[in-house]
Design a protein around this ligand. Structure first.
Ligand code: ADP
Length: 608
């Protein structure tokens, strides 16, 4: 039977749509993932409890009265209760009711409803409303934070503030300053299209997938792959609604411009005067960012390349060779060192097509399959890009080759050396500021594929990488999971991204992924390594590992939280920061939290 799927909207049709040029790719990817899902994994989760799920300590009559009041303030149609079946949808459909890549039961981490502000004034209204009724609110920009919790709030029954739907304008695009001023709903796709339509020769630094919010990704300290890959480092100035409803502007935005205009230096100088407070609005629950300035890279010539390394055990040497090149900026961008198994997964291959036994796919099977691909037999693949005029790039490539070719068996591929469908072409686009949609294909590895990431930070020295790599490999094997390590290299550290792909319809598969990450967080912390970002069900544990001097950092975070959000309404528990009224009441899920993810929920344990 032929499958008909809902068409993917374009950027002209929806704020969260896709550029028309990418529609064929989107359709292909959607079909691929649909073909690997089973009826159990596709079915929306029917819920057997009174709906909507209520926020803690709020009874239904009070909740209903509060919702009525909010509808009067925002308009009836801009407050929608979460009473339908939960549909995980697909990447471009981005459900804003729950976490589509659920680790706990899908109906566990859910909102009571979603509201859609159209302006900063609306956001203030919502925040003041939440303070009046003690209803937790949780902002999302697009809610496509897949692998880290998606659109779900940490506290069941919170009201989602979906900023993207109606606040999605590029407020300013400045070709001379090479910057933009954005609302939360501007996606990488839409910013890229806006820039192209303007005729300006600027790049947008994009992460692996382009459907997320430029502002939301920066606030969660996401990364991309051009020289502007550190998204938070390349933001410039914020407008923020505080948890009590006041608005602040940071950096030069705090200095009023002439005759009520925005300050002309707002997107040029990050610090302004006095303490640099921007940092407290990233990975936190101290404010709702309604506007952000971002720096854009002037387009330049570039050459992407791929290096393959023969030996599995050579990764410490590879990293030791990378370090001086990265620190001296010879590498140019944020390159990736990926295990060769990912050459297989990125093609959309299913695990079952090469191995039908339980447990991790044996290395010799992976090696044999990789050998059939354009990269040939190899163990590691390094994707990099050099920038600038031809002579400059040629010199950089010469240095890079000289360095890496010290390892016997190393090979260099340029885009012209591989077929047009090869992933290197996709990397070449991402590394030159063009959003793509290729990265989803590896979810086809298992049926009903979902993913959750273990993402520690590692100094770029070989001995550190070896420790972390061996730790992750051993634990993945122990839990019967395949191990897909990627190292995203900045100058002095690498973000080690270990994506665990699991079947979200299978309790045992979920259990393996969940328990493996919990174990790895603890293992890594004991060895002195910590995560840069995590799924919201692990945030207490990760925050708890940053505990030098008796947890001094969290004590400071909590003091800030209580001062800024005295009624504890904004995203309680996000990044492990709980407001006073929630603390020590059983919400925290730190190390040793023994609950079973597939049957006991985060909320269910406390609310039934
Ligand atoms: P994206 O869809 O771009 O990946 P999300 O909208 O899912 O990003 O947001 C990622 C994270 O950042 C979430 O934890 C969310 O609560 C937070 N966040 C998103 N937008 C804002 C914002 N405007 N202000 C404060 N926090 C935000």
């Amino acid at each position: 039977m032929e499958t008909t799927l809902t068409p993917t909207p374009t950027t002209q049709e929806s704020h969260s749509g896709i550029p028309p040029s990418l529609i064929p790719l989107a359709e292909e990817s959607k079909l691929l993932l649909h073909s690997t899902s089973t009826p159990l994994g596709r079915t929306s989760a029917a819920r057997e409890e009174p709906l909507p799920v209520l926020p803690p300590d709020v009874d239904r009559p009070t909740f209903n009265a509060a919702i009525q009041e909010l509808r009067e303030g925002l308009g009836e149609e801009w407050v929608v209760l979460n009473t339908e079946e939960l549909d995980d949808g697909w990447y471009m459909e981005h459900p804003n009711t729950h976490d589509a890549h659920h680790v706990f039961p899908p109906w566990d981490l859910v909102s009571s409803g979603v509201c859609y502000p159209s302006s900063t004034a609306d956001v203030q209204l919502i925040v003041r409303w939440a303070n009046k009724y003690l209803i937790p609110i949780h902002p999302i920009s697009l809610g496509r934070n897949f692998g880290y919790g998606g659109a779900a709030p940490r506290v069941r029954g919170s009201l989602i503030i979906d900023l993207g739907k109606r606040m999605n304008r590029v407020l300013k695009l400045d070709g001379e300053n090479c910057s933009a001023l954005l609302e939360p709903g501007v996606t990488y796709f839409s910013l890229w299209e806006t820039i192209r339509a303007s005729g300006l020769d600027l790049w947008v630094d994009v992460p692996d997938l382009g459907g997320g919010s430029v502002l939301g990704n920066a606030c969660d300290r996401g990364v991309g792959y051009t020289p502007y890959g550190d998204h938070w480092a390349n933001h410039c100035g914020l407008e923020v609604v505080l948890p009590t409803g006041e608005i602040v502007r940071t950096g030069m935005g705090a200095l009023p411009g002439k005759e009520g205009e925005d300050n002309p230096t707002w997107q040029s100088f990050q610090y302004g005067y006095g303490p640099f407070l921007d940092g407290i609005f990233s990975q936190s629950n101290y404010g709702i960012v309604t506007t952000m300035g971002v720096w854009l890279m002037p387009a330049t010539q570039h050459t992407s390349y791929m290096l393959t390394f023969a030996e599995e055990e050579s990764y410490p040497e590879i990293m030791s060779l990378i370090r001086p090149l990265a620190i001296n900026k010879v590498l140019g961008n944020v390159p990736q060192l990926r295990h060769a198994i990912q050459e297989l997964t990125i093609t959309g291959l299913s695990r079952a097509s090469i191995w039908d036994q339980p447990g991790s796919v044996p290395p010799e099977v992976v090696r044999k399959e990789v050998a059939k691909l354009p990269c040939g037999e190899c163990s590691w693949v390094f994707y990099g890009t050099v920038y600038g005029p031809a002579a400059f790039r040629a010199q950089q490539l010469k240095t890079i080759k000289r360095q890496f070719f010290q390892l016997p068996g190393t090979r260099l591929f340029l885009p012209s050396d591989v077929p047009s469908t090869h992933y290197l072409h996709s990397r070449a686009l991402v590394c030159s500021g063009q959003p793509v949609l290729r990265e989803l294909n590896w979810l086809a590895w298992v049926p009903n594929g979902a993913h959750v990431a273990f993402s520690p930070i590692c100094p770029t020295g070989g001995e550190h990488v070896k420790k972390l790599y061996e730790m992750c490999k051993r634990r993945c094997k122990e839990f019967g999971l395949d191990f897909f390590p990627t190292l995203c290299v900045a100058s002095r550290e690498a973000h080690v991204i270990v994506e665990l792909v699991y079947d979200k319809s299978s309790p045992s598969s979920k259990h393996a992924a969940y328990t493996c990450i919990r174990t790895l967080i603890a293992d890594a912390a004991r060895a002195g390594y910590g995560e840069y970002r995590t799924h919201l069900v692990f945030s207490d544990q990760v925050a708890g590992t940053y505990n030098w001097n008796g947890g001094a950092l969290m004590k400071l975070n909590e003091r800030l939280k209580d001062a800024l959000d005295p009624r504890g309404v904004l995203s309680p528990g996000r990044n492990g920061i709980w407001p006073r009224r929630f603390r020590d009441k059983g919400w925290e899920m730190g190390e040793g939290d023994g609950r079973e993810c597939s049957t006991q929920g985060v909320g269910m344990k406390f609310y039934t």
